[in-house]
Design a protein around this ligand. Structure first.
Ligand SMILES: *Cc1c(COP(=O)(O)O)cnc(C)c1O
Length: 841
């Protein structure tokens, strides 16, 4: 389908290209066209950072005037040429991957954080999705993202006089967001329909351009829908399960239908969190229809190219819906397919998914697992955590074998670097450095201490200036009884060690770790020679009372006269606030309870700008930390069983204070003859050198392409309709024999200081080519975990389909090694696609 150009207002012919520029969200990180928007309407641009709004609100006279002004025209043409060159430029993908992804990747997520001017996100998940999309554009990977266009989005935050959070829901006029209605060649608005009980909901489609990638957004606010349905896409994370289910249906079912309507038919379907699992189901349904096959065949054919990324650290984080809600809402959709509600539950409800009265619940993550060809967590620690929380779903598999891999998250560096650091990196590595792999392992070695320190000072000056502006506009801080000098940040100082803490305020993130010893904190804040100052920001979910209480505590602490304005709380944490904080702070603090931080990304944003991390050894920091690059609380902590205990809060808090007092503060203030802190700058250089590129979204997206999309695509290509059908038949055949398969006669012989295990296996008609016999020892005081393949040595005399297997292993006490049989099939990803396993008891 060719799409019509969107030009809602009159613009002089000489400047029509502004539509193209304003509708490409590339301006949110590229900044080349900033000067155009500022010239058009400085006030609107500064207040909103929304180029589309600027273009639509600037007076016609002003546009006419500028269309005749040579300097503006020159800049405009330069930007148009630059944009044109960008659109046609070769990319990492075009050079390295030769279009191997064919029709590209569909990426599904409930939220997208691309710019503060497009408020379709609440926090980490959305920002990650935004950064992923921008990096995919930089690399030229053909990604179409799918999401929802929320009219109100997530709440906006103000803080009341006593520190209580106030939640505001301003309406976003979608025509003023940097998006266009998706219109077909007849200029008709593209719509798709999703069945709801007794009615259809009509969805309008919008498109956002993110450089080389598209973001498709669905919106139910069609006047022809029932009033209640028009609000399905109003708020993000409202907390109402019924609305949530409606949103997930709109996103998954509506999203896949939209892709089909547009003829995109992507090669890979990547879902970010289980919320979007209905997309995979709809994908299988449409494949079944196209190929006239049953659902099992469709599932097998499509799942090879479905990727499920989980970001959750606790099983309670998985969305689960009660049966009556599923029956009511999904009934009409399933009725048109080859599937009953019972069959859906057998696919997406494990025995542990029960409500209080024992009724089954549909678990969206489990549904996603059963429809995916690969699954990944978002850090090395999170891989283990995910294996643990999925263990009950794979009842006969040990944790280590649960088929979850990991890709550590990364951030879109060009979105987070400051103008000063951009300049520094350009000197060191040239332009376009983030659009391809970074070859140089120590790119900043040629940059002097002086340059690094000058960059830091400039960034901090800007931060202090920004904080003062923000604080002055936070109306409650100007209330009676407040000291305006402290409330407006006049005592903040750009040479003082500045610590930043900004994230969702919720218990496990422990925003109060510093408040556990107020006296100790106070003495750090008010130290005459070596003071610190603290900048905070963050929202608590409207239903999280603990989180709100944590905000109140900090807010009240910051108002104490003896704190002397050295602690400030910035309201309404969003991408705009984050950008300012991560560019200026010296130390970024993160204190989640280990191992609860799936990954964490905010600390990665400071790397490019020369900030340093002081963080719990958890998530990404457990992979990144070493002594040269920053500080870790409880370094080397090993993965512990998941239990939400606060046992470590007290010692972690003490360790944090010790680090600050004995290491961080002295290193920062220990300046040499030249007035610069040598050790600190060495750390900055090490952190920038070692961590910036590895924790970038460019690395992350390349890893998704190389380690997931490409091999998944190759596997998926083998599954044409006929092969998929055969594989399903074979699986059914194996399943019919599996219950009668058995071991017999395990013998262990000594052989050259080793043990020879010999066992007979009765396969009950299953081909010996289709099974793998293994000998497994779990980790113990006798050694690491071991898994050995046992070799078939002979057919067992006198019985058909029985074989003897053996294996030579290092000695362990009796009972430590256990044989098992599992399926062997290169055409499948195992054990995910067939978890059949038989252990010798
Ligand atoms: C980066 C970012 C987050 C996520 O940060 P975490 O370290 O995962 O807490 C959340 N909100 C905003 C606005 C961000 O910019």
């Amino acid at each position: 389908m060719t799409l019509a150009a969107y030009r809602p207002r009159k613009v002089p012919e000489a400047l029509v290209g502004l539509f193209t520029l304003a509708l490409d969200l590339r301006w949110s990180w590229h900044h080349g066209s900033d000067v155009l928007w500022r010239t058009l309407d400085e006030e609107t641009w500064t207040a909103t950072r929304n180029a589309w709004l600027v273009l639509n609100s600037v007076a016609g006279d002003r546009l006419e005037e500028l269309s005749r002004e040579p300097s503006f025209l020159a800049r405009y043409r330069e930007q148009m040429e630059e944009h044109d060159a960008f659109v046609h430029a070769r990319t990492w993908y075009s050079d390295q991957c030769a279009n191997a992804l064919d029709r590209g990747v569909a990426f599904f997520c409930m939220e997208y954080g691309l710019s503060e001017s497009l408020p379709l996100y609440s926090g980490g998940l959305g920002v990650l999705a935004g950064d992923y999309l921008k990096a995919a554009s930089d690399l030229g990977v053909p990604v179409t993202a799918v999401g929802l266009l929320y009219q109100q989005g997530y709440f906006r935050q103000a803080i009341g006089a006593d520190g209580e959070q106030i939640e505001l829901y301003p309406y976003n006029d979608p025509t003023m967001l940097p998006l266009s209605p998706l219109r077909d060649e007849n200029d008709e608005w593209v719509r798709v329909v999703v069945p709801l009980p007794g009615r259809d909901v009509r969805l309008r489609a919008w498109i956002g351009r993110v450089g080389h990638c598209d973001l498709l957004l669905l919106d139910s606010n069609d006047p022809r829908n029932e009033p209640g349905d028009r609000g399905i896409t109003s708020e993000l994370y409202s907390g109402d399960p019924e609305k949530r289910l409606q949103q997930e249906m709109v996103l998954g079912i509506g999203g896949w239908r939209l892709l089909r309507t547009l003829g995109r038919n992507p090669s890979i379907c990547h879902i970010n969190e289980g919320h979007c699992a209905f997309a995979m189901l709809e994908r299988a349904f449409s494949w079944a229809e196209d190929n006239e096959r049953d659902f099992d065949t469709a599932r097998l054919a499509t799942r090879a190219t479905n990727l499920f990324t989980t970001h959750t650290s606790v099983a309670a984080g998985f969305d689960r819906f009660p049966r009556r809600l599923i029956q009511l809402y999904l009934g009409p959709w399933l009725a048109g397919q080859d599937m009953s509600v019972d069959e859906l539950f057998s696919l997406g409800s494990a025995p542990i998914d029960r409500d209080e009265s024992g009724q089954p619940l549909l678990n969206m993550a489990w549904l996603a697992v059963n429809l995916s060809g690969r699954i990944n967590g978002v850090s090395q620690v999170h891989q283990k955590v995910s294996q643990t929380i999925l263990e009950p779903f794979f009842p006969r598999w040990p944790r280590e074998d649960i088929p979850v891999e990991y890709v550590t998250n990364g951030v879109h560096t060009p979105s987070w670097d400051s103008p000063e650091s951009d300049e520094l990196w350009t000197t060191a590595c040239g332009r376009d450095r983030w659009r391809k792999p970074m070859r140089n392992a120590s790119p900043l070695d040629g940059i002097s201490d002086e340059s690094i320190w000058a960059m830091r000072l400039a960034q901090k000056k800007r931060l202090v200036h920004y904080l003062r502006q923000r604080l002055s506009s936070q109306h409650c801080d100007q209330g009676p009884g407040n000291n305006p000098a402290t409330a407006c940040g006049l005592l903040l100082d750009s040479e003082t060690l500045t610590i930043g803490f900004a994230r969702r305020f919720t218990e496990y993130k422990r925003p109060d770790l510093l408040l556990r010893d107020e006296r100790r904190l106070l003495s750090l804040l008010t130290n005459r020679d070596r003071p610190i100052q603290v900048v905070l920001a963050g929202k608590a979910h409207p239903k999280d009372r603990t989180g709100k209480a944590l905000i109140r505590r900090w807010k009240q602490f910051s108002r104490r006269p003896d704190v002397e304005g050295r602690v400030v709380f910035i309201e309404d944490y969003d991408l705009g606030v984050a950008t300012q904080l991560i560019q200026g702070v010296d130390v970024w603090l993160n204190t989640p309870r280990h191992p609860w931080e799936a990954c964490g990304t905010s600390g990665m944003k400071i790397l490019v700008n020369g900030g340093l991390n002081l963080s719990q050894f958890d998530g990404w920091w457990a992979e990144a930390w070493n002594n040269d690059v920053g500080w870790a609380i409880r370094p080397g902590a090993t993965f512990e069983e998941l239990s939400h205990t606060n046992d470590h809060d007290e010692p972690d808090s003490r360790e944090l204070f010790d680090l600050l007092e004995n290491q961080v503060i002295p290193a920062f203030y220990n300046a040499g003859q030249d007035g610069r802190p040598k050790e600190w700058i060495d750390r900055i250089r090490a952190s920038m050198n070692q961590l910036t590129a590895p924790f970038s979204a460019t690395r992350m997206v390349r890893q998704y392409v190389e380690d997931f999309y490409l091999p998944m695509r190759a596997l998926g290509k083998q599954r044409d309709s006929e092969t998929a059908h055969t594989l399903v038949q074979e699986a059914r055949d194996i399943a019919s024999h599996w219950p009668r398969m058995r071991f017999s006669g395990l013998n262990v012989h000594d052989k050259d200081d080793q043990h020879l295990y010999v066992v007979d296996v009765y396969l009950d008609g299953v081909s010996e080519q289709r099974v793998q016999v293994e000998l497994v020892a779990e980790a113990s005081e006798f050694g690491e975990r071991e898994v050995h393949e046992m070799k078939m040595v002979q057919a067992l005399e006198g019985s058909a389909h029985a074989w003897t297997y053996q294996c030579l292993v290092p000695p362990r006490p009796e009972g430590h090694y256990t044989p098992r049989v599992r399926i062997r099939d290169e055409r499948l990803n195992l054990p995910l696609e067939n978890p059949s396993v038989l252990w010798l008891k």
